[in-house]
Design a protein around this ligand. Structure first.
Ligand code: ASP
Length: 333
């Protein structure tokens, strides 16, 4: 029987109604008591790591989760993290960068309704997660939610209330789970042959700037001193506006020549960036050493930049890390 460590961090799944609204109250052991059927296929230890609404989860929590898994790694066959859905996609991407070449499953799950309600998605999601984490072909970081198994770098919360909250963006689901059956679409554990590596640093000094029509490029001058990395969330396949004052070009010039990491991403959820298509992108790409997120999700781009800048101060090295495919995050390049 597989040995699984259940790590509780809070979220709706563990929440109860209070006068001030839902807040995490249930312990890891209590969560486990709602899925007695798990005892048929795995043995589970439970640890209460955090008790947070995931709105309050930040880089320090990602690092502490990776550290906990590193400490317990040799004692368990798999890990299931119960987590709030709001920032789950960020945590899944961050853990994908912090725990690489990982032959054991690290499954993140949660729910749209608390587990103690009569009608809830929580029990199914938790049971599915334990089942997936116990499967011999499962590995790496993934989200199990609403019957889907999504690579940790590919998830996005697309619905704020429905049970079907998460989608896999620009990549197929790793597997689906119906009742007790797991159907794999990506079955690649045997290709995971490099040695396991845990990372311990991330650089939080990243700014994500969402462009709106008419935005003044001088905003980048104000941000310059406070950040080491910048993600420009542009329109369509990616470009920079010029409203006749060259403010974006001048600012970009300062950022790139100042040794900062800048990437172009898109506000469009599906299909990613390609700056070579339009003049508004192509001339920028030709003139500056700007990165592109291509088909990576925004959550992956943000956490990957934090991870890359946490490993090196050398821009060339960070560019190389950013363009290395990790846990299925990047195909297009
Ligand atoms: N606000 C909650 C959280 O992210 C939402 C949820 O878990 O579904 O912790």
């Amino acid at each position: 029987m597989k040995k699984i460590l259940l790590i509780a961090t809070g979220g709706t799944i563990a929440s109860k109604y209070t006068e001030d609204g839902l807040s995490p109250q249930l312990t890891a052991e209590e969560l486990l008591s709602y899925v007695p059927a798990a005892r048929d296929f795995c043995s589970v230890d439970a640890v209460q790591h955090l008790s947070l609404d995931s709105t309050n989860v930040n880089v320090s929590h990602w690092l502490s989760l990776a550290e906990l898994i590193e400490k317990k790694y040799e004692y368990y066959d798999g890990f299931v993290i119960c987590h709030g859905t709001d920032t789950m996609a960020y945590t899944a991407a961050a853990l994908s960068y912090l725990i690489q070449n990982n032959r054991k499953p690290v499954v993140i799950t949660g729910s749209q309704k608390p587990i103690d309600l009569a009608v809830t998605d929580a029990k199914t999601n938790l049971l599915d997660s334990l089942r997936f984490a116990s499967h011999p072909h499962a590995h790496s970081v993934s989200i199990v939610f609403g019957g889907k198994v999504i690579a940790g770098t590919r998830a996005k919360k697309e619905f704020s209330k429905s049970y079907n909250a998460f989608s896999s963006i620009n990549y197929p689901n790793i597997a689906t789970i119906h009742d007790e059956k797991i159907i794999f679409y990506i079955d690649d554990k045997e290709q995971c042959t490099k040695s396991l590596k845990f990372y311990h640093n991330m650089n939080q000094r990243i700014f994500l700037l969402k462009l709106i029509p008419g935005i003044d490029g001088n905003i980048l001058d104000i941000l310059y001193d406070s950040y080491d990395g910048l993600i420009l969330e542009s329109f369509g396949v990616g470009g920079l506006p010029n409203y006749g004052d060259d403010s974006f070009l001048d600012a970009l010039n300062q950022w790139i020549s100042g040794g900062k990491l800048v990437t172009m991403a898109t506000q469009v959820t599906h299909e990613g960036s390609d700056m070579t298509v339009y003049q508004v992108g192509k001339i920028i790409k030709e003139r500056f050493r700007i990165l592109e997120s291509y088909d990576m999700t925004l959550e992956a781009s943000v956490t990957k930049m934090m991870w890359a800048l946490g490993q090196s101060k050398d821009v060339a090295k960070c560019r190389e890390l950013f363009y290395t495919t990790i846990n299925h995050d990047l195909l297009f390049i």
